[in-house]
Design a protein around this ligand. Structure first.
Ligand code: NAP
Length: 243
């Protein structure tokens, strides 16, 4: 039977491209969305034109009960989950001293707690199958930190810690856990930057360009096909941060 993948936050941006590329590689895709139902339906329709069928499932993955329902949907329909891509995320651009407890809860729950609960929900099935691949989409800022994005940086650093520790715990069950840490990728997440600011950022990047969603999707595909990489944080950033 085809491999089964859950991709969180697949209605837009990086997650959408990952969903598309995996679906085109004969992987059964369950594309999660929360608010962007129209975009999720458009993705499903677009793929249907190529005779590729995916499932789209609404769930706010920052909430345990909704994450649980998303995983149950996959297990009831396909009986197994081979791949989990924890991609859903939000950014937050604020002075640290202005951050509130509500900001902390929103950013940490959406970016980090979601990876914790989604992983917990899928792992029993992966252990049973003695096989699995978990990919966390973290960020360059989780490695080097970003001014005005302290909560975001904390959430992504947490994801990288989760990746490394879980890889050690799950290695004996043949479950690989890795992070991809993108630099600046052209998506709606970066709409907060003006054209001029984006040009300035480009000048700081050795490859002199902003990344494309396909740059991340290609790495996801490679990590799925690989069988000896685990516990790694793979930076894809055009050389913006070389650590
Ligand atoms: P985006 O275009 O803003 O898309 C974010 C996606 O996450 C949307 O599909 C959104 O779904 C989903 N999402 C947000 N909160 C959710 C929730 N509670 N439950 C379910 N889905 C939720 O962002 P992106 O640039 O593609 O970012 C994708 C991931 O890459 C994020 O984790 C981000 O931190 C990371 N990243 C991005 C960049 C970059 O430069 N773009 C750089 C480094 C890391 P709905 O719209 O349906 O709610």
């Amino acid at each position: 039977m085809e491999r089964v993948a859950i991709i969180t936050g697949a209605s837009r941006g990086i997650g959408r491209e990952i969903a598309k590329q995996l679906a085109k590689s004969e992987i059964k895709v369950i594309a999660n969305y929360n608010h962007s139902e129209k975009e999720a339906k458009e993705l499903k329709n677009e793929l249907e034109k190529e005779n590729i069928i995916i499932d789209i499932v609404k769930a706010d993955i920052s909430k345990r009960e909704e994450a649980h329902k998303l995983v149950q949907f996959a297990l009831e329909k396909y009986k197994k989950i081979d791949i989990l891509v924890n991609n859903a995320g939000i950014s937050e651009y604020k002075m640290f001293t202005d951050e509130t407890d509500e900001d902390w809860n929103r950013v940490i729950n959406t970016n980090l707690y979601s990876a914790f609960v989604m992983s917990q929900e899928v792992i029993p099935n992966m252990i049973h199958n003695k096989e699995g691949c978990i990919i966390n989409i973290s960020s360059i800022w989780g490695i080097i930190g970003a001014s005005l994005e302290v909560l975001y940086s904390i959430s992504k650093a947490g994801m990288n810690g989760l990746t490394k520790a879980l890889a050690k715990e799950l290695g004996p069950s043949n479950i690989r856990v890795n992070s991809i840490a993108p630099g600046m990728i052209q998506t709606e997440m970066n709409n907060k930057f003006s054209k001029e600011e984006l040009e300035e950022i480009k000048e700081e990047i050795p490859l002199e360009k902003i990344g494309h969603v396909s740059d991340i999707a290609k790495c996801v595909k490679w990590l799925i096909e690989d069988n000896y990489t685990t516990g790694q944080v793979i930076s894809i950033n055009g050389g913006w941060a070389i650590v």
